[in-house]
Design a protein around this ligand. Structure first.
Ligand SMILES: *[C@@H]1O[C@H](CO)[C@@H](O)[C@H](O)[C@H]1NC(C)=O
Ligand SMILES: *[C@@H]1O[C@H](CO)[C@@H](O)[C@H](O)[C@H]1NC(C)=O
Ligand SMILES: *[C@@H]1O[C@H](CO)[C@@H](O)[C@H](O)[C@H]1NC(C)=O
Length: 475
């Protein structure tokens, strides 16, 4: 180990991929002193805040960022084919990655390529240099199992579960899985599901899969994966918990000040992720639920984009535009409505006792690792599966509506979750205070997540095994 070795990291474009990959890269650098990382950045035509984020990072002597972007006009043209974009965009960057590795890393010993799950075709570039590839998988181990399950299934059947009410045995799940809440690619064979599973098939060509989960959280799914022998070695690395946006000091301070004044575990926190927002009819139902529940609350409320537009939500100028008359006055003192919220900071505060969440994997881990029980209200992507995992498999959440699917295109009539359903879930999380069974289970899991990170813990060990494997590649 006298000489340094280099890892090449390739995340997909977009902050949601880049940010956790950087956090993971830093963990590797902290634990493996002989490793350096070249982090390759492909600029998405819409950027999604990546450049600003990169500029906000402090520098690290063994981590460098390299721009491998292609010509923006070519990138923008690829956007016209929505199904293929994600994959064609990555393929379009292969020659740039090859050039960089050949010209800039020619004399360096390469320990591996670490690829985001959508950058799988970069395996071809790694192969040209005779370097092993690894996947960095940012969702649950159960989602990896489900994906591998359906990848195998499509060889033998033309499945179609789009209208099915069946419950299916699926790799990685103890309970029969309702077809109704399958993630889109697993529902039926479509051009985009074929692309997705073609990528999943290639996971077997890699030397390891790093998953953003921990052994004690998903023992069943991890054991099933290992027993099935259809996946390469799995490395459950501790949840990389994202730090909050440090550019929003003022908002953060005012929220903390308010939380400081509330009793322990008394506040229900409602937050629906970066693109979560609801129509006014739905906002009213949530407001009624909160008021009737009588509990304290902190509500991150965002304005949806215009109907039919797939855009980020924005902030309301005035919450009275959307809330029932008098709501803010009546709940003054027990409730606070905000736009953006510093999620990790809020979840870490002892005043917070429940989390109404869209169950993105990121938020799910943050809730669990902060010891806050969740009321599951999934919106899109694999969030219904995460909700099922939390509620039925792990017993760490209650359901608001497991099969709710947000219709971003606004083609169907708006489905409304009633105030009764929201209130019922909140009451279940808040009843019996510290004696609440669910809260106790989540607190136990929080403790396990902490121990997993400590010397000798499962995630600690897993990260060291991964680094040993990297080093093995160059010796
Ligand atoms: C996770 O959440 C943080 C903020 O809480 C956000 O910056 C990041 O993009 C999220 N990552 C994913 C994968 O959604
Ligand atoms: C499915 O078929 C492809 C070729 O058509 C093959 O490479 C792959 O190994 C098969 N997968 C399984 C799980 O049988
Ligand atoms: C509230 O929680 C904090 C942090 O866990 C703890 O130090 C404090 O003793 C608790 N207060 C009460 C009144 O239980």
């Amino acid at each position: 180990m006298e000489k340094n070795a280099e890892l090449v990291f390739i995340p997909s474009a977009g902050l949601g991929h880049v940010a956790p990959a950087i956090e993971f890269a830093k963990h590797i650098l902290d634990a493996g002193e002989c490793l350096c990382i070249s982090f390759l950045i492909m600029k998405h035509p819409a950027d999604f805040g990546v450049q600003r984020y990169l500029q906000s990072l402090s520098s690290h002597s063994r981590l460098r960022f390299v721009d491998v972007s292609i010509d923006p006009k070519t990138a923008a043209e690829l956007l016209s084919n929505k199904d293929r974009f994600l994959y064609d965009f990555i393929d379009g960057h292969k020659h740039k990655v090859n050039e960089f590795v050949r010209n800039k890393l020619g004399s360096t010993r390469l320990a591996g390529f670490v690829l985001d799950m959508f950058c799988i075709s970069m395996i071809d570039v790694a192969n040209e240099f005779g370097v092993p590839s690894y996947i960095y998988f940012t969702s649950a181990a159960a989602f990896l199992a489900l994906s591998l399950h359906f990848e195998a299934l499509r060889n033998t059947s033309d499945y179609d579960y789009s209208e099915s009410d069946e419950e299916l045995p699926i790799l990685g799940f103890k309970n029969p899985y309702p077809a109704k809440i399958l993630p889109k690619p697993a529902k039926s064979v479509t051009p985009s599901s074929i692309l997705y599973f073609d990528g999943i098939r290639r996971f077997k060509e890699t030397k390891g899969i790093v998953i953003n989960t921990f052994a004690e959280l998903e023992p069943f799914a991890l054991q099933s994966l290992s027993d099935s022998k259809i996946a390469p070695p799995i490395y459950p690395i501790h949840p990389v918990v994202n730090s909050d946006d440090s550019n929003k000091k003022q908002e953060t301070e005012s929220i903390i000040k308010w939380l400081d004044e509330q009793p322990n575990s008394s506040v229900v926190f409602l937050c629906f992720g970066t693109i979560g927002s609801f129509e006014p009819e739905q906002v009213k139902e949530i407001a009624v639920a909160l008021e009737r529940s009588g509990h304290r609350f902190l509500w991150s409320l965002r304005r949806p984009p215009p109907k039919g537009k797939i855009e980020m939500p924005s902030d309301y100028d005035n919450f009275e535009e959307v809330l029932t008359e008098g709501f803010l006055d009546r709940t003054k003192g027990i409730g606070k409505v905000v736009g953006w919220a510093p999620q990790v900071t809020v979840l870490s505060h002892s005043a917070v006792g429940a989390f109404v969440s869209h169950c993105g994997w990121n938020s799910t881990l943050e809730g669990v690792c902060c010891g806050v029980p969740i009321a599951a209200w999934p919106l899109y992507a694999e969030q219904q599966m995460n909700a099922f995992l939390l509620v039925k498999e792990l017993g760490l959440a209650v359901e608001i509506w497991m099969d709710y699917v947000k219709d971003f295109e606004g083609k169907n009539p708006v489905v409304i979750v009633s105030a009764e359903e929201v209130e019922g879930a909140i009451q279940k999380l808040m009843e019996n205070g510290e004696e609440n069974e669910l809260r106790k289970r989540v607190k136990e899991m929080q403790e396990k997540s902490r121990i997993a990170m400590e010397e000798g813990g499962s995630s600690y060990t897993s990260l060291r095994l991964l680094i040993e494997d990297f080093i093995c590649n160059i010796s």
